[in-house]
Design a protein. Sequence first.
Length: 492
Amino acid sequence: MTGPRSALERVARALTLALLAIGIVSFPLPYGGVLPGGRLLVQILAFSALASAALVRSRPGLGRARLAWIPLLLLGALGLVQIVPLPHSLLASISPVSAEIHAKSNEVLALFGRAQLPFRISIAPTETVQATLFILACASLFYAAAAVSTRAARRRLGWLLVFASAAHLVWAVSAQREEDRVHGAFVNPNHLAGYLEIALAIAFAFVVESILTGRDREAQGRDPFDRLHRRWTPVAWRALAWGVILIGILVTRSRGGIAAAVLTTIVVLIVALSSRHVRHHRMFAIAGSLSVAAGVAIAFLTTGVYPLLRFLTTDPRDAGSDTRVTLWRISVEAWRDFPVLGSGLGTFREAFRRVQPDGMNMLVEQAHSDAVQMLVTGGIAGLALAAVAFGAMLALFGHGAITARHREAGAWALAGLGAIVSLLLHGLAEFNFSIPAIPATLAIVAGLAWGAGGEEAKGERRRANGDRPRTATAAAITGIGGTPETEMENVE
């Protein structure tokens, strides 16, 4: 039955998918979205996608994803609290240093007859407003992607991200100067590696899904060669895509990116081996290991051993380990001035400058650690909210990758798990979450991954309510038949 409402819903779904696709392609341009225009683009696309997704009545609910989505919203609410004008006495009790900074600023303004500034927790309210809007934009992208996450949409957007990453890689290599590390649309090669880590997780999940469903394709073949072709050809070209993205991470020569990619691959392979669909662990482990080994071999045959050599050496152009430790130590000193509610989201530069030693003649805008930077700008409250949000998503995706009845839903849970684990590991010594293109893209991927599980749960409720076909004729019409496992594979 169709009508104006269903037509509006189809338009809303198509519009949301178009906005998400535009975002996947355009977020890294230019410079990873760090310019004001890039941040504005993310916000426009995110809030527009949220508005259109709200019109999709058949969207799956967030369910337990609220355990992550609500802390993310609360983190945005913390940013709002940080910019709300407060009485001086109240501010002095909850954030004495913020009160002192504003009082001294007002003393200087009074000398020139200028208007007084309101007292706020944030020591740079404009930066906090931008950071708050961006956090809310990421929450909107997650919700919009989850709302329109169908099997066809996930595959199209997933492959779009893989191909977009490959395009960035081609651009980066073609624009590379001799003896220079590639960075593509990003200023820093480490951030290009962080962006590619998301696509690497998706490509790996596609490989896992293809291996798990290979025996079903093999059973459809009429002769041994046809069965071999049906089972392993999809695995081969998905493994090739994974290898191409890995090449991109290697040519950035990012030590953190390479280490995160390797460790994450090990983690997701172990999780994949624990999946309910892996009946023959040895065969799956051999197939998965051979696919990974093939991708690694292709990558090193293409890039040579220089990325590995750089991984074992130092680069004077990078912030060395000693420099990073120094930045972290001084950042902790800055945090002590704003222990509970932070200095204001997005205000690390201003907070660090207050305690920066006289001999450090450099402008420090990032802590080179996402966790340390959140501790300074959001205080214990902000770090706790971020930890709860990411911890909940890791737990939900890990559980989904192991227990999902639908192989495609399990593979997407594995993709979400891999992307988050990789960026969290890389973020221990880098600031990928300060580059708008990376968390915005991650929000879309996480939303698609969660939507896969929500779609599966919705299908199970339909079948529990009696919508499941009960005859062979009905099964043939709907494409559902055979054992319960094969039925789940054909349901979208």
